[in-house]
Design a binder for this molecule. Structure first.
Ligand SMILES: NC(=O)c1ccc[n+]([C@@H]2O[C@H](COP(=O)([O-])OP(=O)(O)OC[C@H]3O[C@@H](n4cnc5c(N)ncnc54)[C@H](OP(=O)(O)O)[C@@H]3O)[C@@H](O)[C@H]2O)c1
Length: 246
C-alpha cells in the first residue's frame, strides 16, 4: 500500500496508535484527517468530531469529510476501548455493552458510512484494527476479546464481499502497545514508535498483506495453530489475581 499520496481518515486517531499512525501517513506526504470525540488533543492535523456509538454523529462526520475531501481513499477504523471486567459481578454488563458498542458496532457503522464512497471510486483501502487478544483471550478483558474476534470475522467477510470492487481490506493486529494506559501496567508493551516502524514496513509491502502482524503479535495470532494456546491462556489467566477478592 502506498502511504505517501493518499487521503486518509483515521477514526480513533485522536490519541495513541491512531494518532501515531496518522502522523506516519502525514510525514510520508498523505493528507490526513483524524476523528474522535475529543479533537482538542490534536493540533497538528485536521480533525473531525465523531462518536462511533452515535449513528447521526458518524453520518455528519462522513458528510463533512467527503465534502472537504472527495478524494478520500483510506479509512481506518481505530476507535476502541479496553475495559476490564469481573464476570462474577453482573455489574460488568455496562462495560460489555460499551465495549461492543464502540469496538464492534462502531467499526461496522464507520465501514458502512464510507463503503459506498470507496466502491463508487473503485479504489481505496479499509484498515480495521483488532488485537492479539482477539486470537488469544486475555481473561481480564472478556468483552474486549469478543469484540476484537468479532471485528476479525467481520473483516474477513468484508474482504470477500468487496473483492473485485477495487477496495482492499487490511486488518491491523497489534500486540500490547505502550498506549491507553498499557505503558503503566504492562512492561512488555511495545514502545509506540518501534511498533509503528514495523507496521509501516509491513503496510507498505506490495501486495499489502491481509493482516499486519508485527513480530511480537505472532505468538498470539498463531497460538492455536502452534499448539501453544492452552499454555499461554493459563499464563494470561494469572492476571485475574488483580480482581478484588481473588
Ligand atoms: N494499546 C494496546 O495495547 C492495543 C493492543 C491491541 C489493539 N489495540 C487497539 O488499537 C486501537 C487504538 O488503541 P490505543 O491503544 O491507541 O488506545 P487510545 O489511545 O485510548 O485510543 C483510542 C481511540 O479511540 C477513540 N474512541 C474511543 N471511543 C470512541 C467513540 N465512542 N467514538 C469515536 N472514537 C472513540 C479515542 O478517541 P476519543 O477519546 O477522542 O473519542 C481514541 O482516538 C483500539 O482499537 C485498541 O483496541 C490497542
Amino acid at each position: 500500500m502506498d502511504i505517501s499520496n493518499r487521503t486518509v481518515l483515521i477514526v480513533g486517531g485522536t490519541s495513541g496508535i491512531g494518532l501515531g499512525l496518522a502522523r506516519r501517513f502525514a510525514a510520508a506526504g498523505s493528507t490526513v484527517i483524524v476523528g474522535g470525540r475529543d479533537t482538542s488533543r490534536v493540533d497538528d492535523l485536521e480533525s473531525v468530531r465523531i462518536d462511533v456509538t452515535d449513528a447521526a454523529s458518524v453520518l455528519t462526520a462522513r458528510d463533512h469529510v467527503l465534502a472537504a475531501h472527495p478524494d478520500l481513499d483510506v479509512v481506518v477504523t481505530m476507535s476502541g476501548v479496553l475495559l476490564q471486567e469481573d464476570l462474577r459481578d453482573p455489574a460488568h454488563f455496562g462495560a460489555a455493552e460499551t465495549t461492543i458498542a464502540v469496538n464492534l458496532l462502531g467499526t461496522i457503522r464507520v465501514i458502512d458510512a464510507f463503503t459506498p464512497h470507496l466502491v463508487t471510486r473503485g479504489a481505496g483501502d479499509i484498515i480495521t484494527v483488532t488485537s492479539g487478544i482477539g486470537f488469544l483471550p486475555f481473561p481480564l478483558m472478556p468483552s474486549y476479546g469478543a469484540s476484537k474476534a468479532g471485528v476479525h470475522a467481520y473483516t474477513e467477510a468484508l474482504r470477500a464481499q468487496l473483492s473485485g470492487a477495487g477496495v482492499t481490506v487490511t486488518e491491523l493486529i497489534p500486540p500490547a502497545v505502550a498506549t491507553a494506559g498499557q505503558e503503566k501496567v504492562n512492561p512488555a508493551a511495545l514502545p509506540l514508535d518501534g511498533f509503528l516502524d514495523e507496521v509501516v514496513g509491513l503496510l507498505t509491502q506490495t501486495p499489502t498483506p491481509n493482516e499486519i502482524v508485527v513480530q511480537a503479535a505472532q505468538r498470539l495470532r498463531w497460538a492455536e495453530r502452534d499448539g501453544t494456546y492452552a499454555g499461554l491462556l493459563a499464563a494470561r489467566s494469572q492476571s485475574l489475581a488483580a480482581l478484588p477478592g481473588r
